[in-house]
Ligand binder design. Structure first.
Ligand code: FE2
Length: 253
């Protein structure tokens, strides 16, 4: 008799390191604040969808295409996402796993951001540009919570891997990633809040594993399960892959 851990939920955490990351982070910090000042549409969108804070999710969600500073961040994050993809054993043959969206979030002191997913992504993540003192961390939730209809609570001394959610400590320069579908939350700063408590500034991002043009449809296995022939599943991707997210979508940073 044995118990096996199957289908584990893997979470990747890392830090930007090496020469120049602090200078890069200082530029990011300036640009995040400048964006909030310049982005009237984003401030209006945030007033409706991002209580207490500012996000460019609904207005400027591809910062890595607009700003050389965010493009440099994207290069650093792409490397880490690629490492995570190897750990996840993703077969990326014929696919490009690349950042599709990158946006700015600024949460004020005491603000929280509830459970959410990054839609249309393979890997979802966050980079911490600035963290307040007493930051509560980044909360990852078991993506199967809604299926555990009659699950009892976990023992107080349960192993971390058995918990329904886990808080990961973060600080400036931290990166946290998970497979899309693993819920994340940004809890409020731990009390007591001082009057000088600073904002939490993050860059949310999504990476999508999209088929390269001219490659074979990967759903061959599904087709075989469906009883179709292998030949019928060999549909070639003709057009460059592109994804457009409806701007009306609810905030899911
Ligand atoms: Fe997020």
């Amino acid at each position: 008799m044995s118990t096996q851990a199957l289908f584990p939920t893997l979470v990747y955490t890392a830090r930007l390191r090496g020469r120049g990351w602090q200078a890069l982070n200082a530029r990011l910090l300036r640009e995040c604040r400048q964006l909030r000042a310049d982005d009237a549409a984003g401030r209006r969108w945030s007033a409706r969808n991002y209580s207490g804070g500012y996000t460019s999710y609904g207005s400027v969600n591809r910062m890595h295409r607009l700003s050389p500073t965010f493009a440099a961040l994207a290069r650093a994050l792409d490397l880490r996402v690629a490492r995570f993809a190897r750990t996840l054993a993703f077969d990326l043959t014929g696919r490009a796993l690349a950042m599709t969206d990158c946006w700015v979030n600024i949460m004020g002191r005491g603000d929280a951001h509830g459970a959410h997913l990054h839609p249309l992504s393979t890997i979802s993540g966050t980079y911490y540009v600035a963290t307040p003192a007493r930051s509560a961390g980044l909360k990852f939730e078991d993506p199967r919570l809604e299926r555990y209809m009659a699950a009892p609570p976990r023992l107080a001394n349960a192993r971390r891997a058995r918990a329904p959610w886990v808080l990961v400590a973060v600080s400036t320069g931290a990166v946290g990633c998970s497979r899309a579908g693993c819920g994340t939350r940004y809890p409020p700063t731990k009390p007591p809040l001082s009057a000088s408590a600073s904002a939490s500034i993050t860059a949310g991002f999504s990476a999508l594993a999209a088929m390269r043009p001219g490659t074979v449809n990967p759903y061959i296995e599904d087709a075989l399960h469906d009883g179709r022939t292998l030949a019928s599943a060999r549909v070639r991707i003709q057009q460059p892959f592109s994804v457009r997210r409806p701007r009306s979508e609810a905030k899911e940073t």
